[in-house]
Structure formats: C-alpha cells, structure tokens
Design a protein around this ligand. Structure first.
Ligand SMILES: C[S@@+](CC[C@H](N)C(=O)[O-])C[C@H]1O[C@@H](n2cnc3c(N)ncnc32)[C@H](O)[C@@H]1O
Length: 219
C-alpha cells in the first residue's frame, strides 16, 4: 500500500464529484462529536451474516477472516467470537479509532486501509473475506474498481461472502447512495480464480431485495 494511499484517495475527486472516503470520514467525525448519527451503527452483526454463519457453520479454528469496510466493527466482532483470527479495515481513520475504542480488549485487528490499494501482505491472505453493504455505497466509477479488488484478498481454498442491496434488471436505477447492485455487478465479484458457489435473493423486511452470495477460490 502506498504510504499516503488513504489520504490521497480521500482528497481526490470522483466521478460523482464527491470522494466517498472523504464523505464517510466526515460522517464518522461528525458522529464522534455527537453531531450526526451513523445509519448503519448497530451493536449486532448484519442479520444476513448471522444467519449465514448459523447455517454454514464455517470452520474458524486456525482460520483468518478479513472484514472490508468494517465501520464500527459489528461484523468483525461476530466473526472473532466464532473463532476467526480477524482483521477488519476501513478507509475512515475515525471509524477505525472508534471501533478500537468501542471494542477495547477485542482480538480483532482494526486497520485503516483502502480497498483499492490494500497492503500487499493481505493478497491471497484470508480464508473468509466479508464484503457487506460497502460497494453499494460507492459511485459507479469507483464501484467498478472496488468489486474486482475484493477477490484477490481470498486465500486458496477460501470463501468470499458478499451481502448487498440488490436491484433487478428491470428496476430503474435509484438516486443513491446507496446504489443497489445489479446481478451483473454481483457476478463480477467472481474475478480471477474465484467461482460462484451460491447466490441468494432475499426480500428484506423493508421489501427491498438483498443479495447474499458466496464465492469460492479453489485450493
Ligand atoms: C455503508 S458503510 C457499511 C459499514 C459496515 N460494512 C456495516 O455494515 O456496518 C460503508 C463503509 O465502507 C467504508 N469504505 C468506503 N470506501 C472504502 C474503501 N475504499 N476502502 C475501505 N473502506 C471503505 C466506509 O468508510 C464505511 O465504513
């Protein structure tokens, strides 16, 4: 990772004219001052992750998990409780600082990093990679780079789990963020050696579509 990767990303303009890293950092910093609420702040893991771990019962012993865009760490803490040696990262230094403070004593390693320029040591590095509700929050130009950046973090024999809001092909694009993912965008996670293993279409309590998709990297 370039030394200044996070800062340079956060100050550079995007196709949408508003750098998402900067936008998230501003929100987290306002929340730290009590001037804003982070809409996805929960002290429980995402329900679609909790359901999946209940059902799949992933073998966590001696396994490494990576949580992309971890926010305040709700999903990272869940995976750590299951026994994964868990690394969780976010582009927002304030989110990472808050996660460390909130989960003081946690075995999770919280890091500030940019999905678009991750540390080399993370490549091929994790038995389970979780991407939950992040890519949908990125404008199209960045999303197209973010989706193929996730797969290379999965180790041989490992799994990528993607949880995202979804949009059917016949549905109009909404004015985001978030911008729910099309099936083609979801399928694009199967980059490089990753192969799709299971894709679920779930109707959330709010009536919206959610994708939960597993991709495997052959050993
Ligand atoms: C909608 S929030 C979801 C947070 C978390 N996954 C959850 O469900 O609670 C999206 C998160 O992605 C992070 N993020 C955005 N761009 C990123 C990037 N390039 N690298 C790492 N994290 C990023 C944001 O800072 C934010 O915490």
């Amino acid at each position: 990772m370039r030394d200044n990767a996070v800062n340079s990303r956060m100050s550079s303009p995007t196709a949408a004219g508003d750098d998402p890293g900067d936008r998230f950092e501003r929100l987290y910093a306002e929340a730290e001052r009590g001037a804003a609420v982070v809409p996805w702040d929960r002290d429980t893991p995402h329900s679609l992750l909790a359901e999946w771990t209940d059902r799949a019962r992933p073998d966590a012993a001696g396994r490494r998990a990576l949580v992309v865009g971890c926010g305040f760490g709700r999903d990272a803490e869940h995976l750590a409780r299951l026994g994964f040696a868990t690394v969780a990262f976010d582009i927002s230094p304030t989110a990472v600082r808050t996660a460390r403070r909130r989960h003081a004593g946690s075995p999770v390693r919280y890091e500030t990093a940019d999905l678009l320029d991750p540390p080399d040591a993370w490549l091929d590095g994790f038995d389970l990679v979780l991407e939950s509700m992040n890519v949908q929050a990125l404008p199209a130009g960045i999303r197209a780079r973010a989706i193929p950046a996730v797969g290379p973090l999965v180790a041989p024999g490992g799994t990528l789990l993607v949880i995202a809001a979804g949009r059917r092909d016949d549905e109009e694009e909404v004015e985001g963020p978030p911008w729910p993912l099309t099936r083609a965008e979801l399928d694009a996670f199967a980059a490089g050696p990753l192969v799709p293993a299971r894709t679920e279409e779930i109707i959330a309590p709010d009536g919206g579509l959610r994708w939960r998709a597993e991709f495997r990297r052959p050993a």
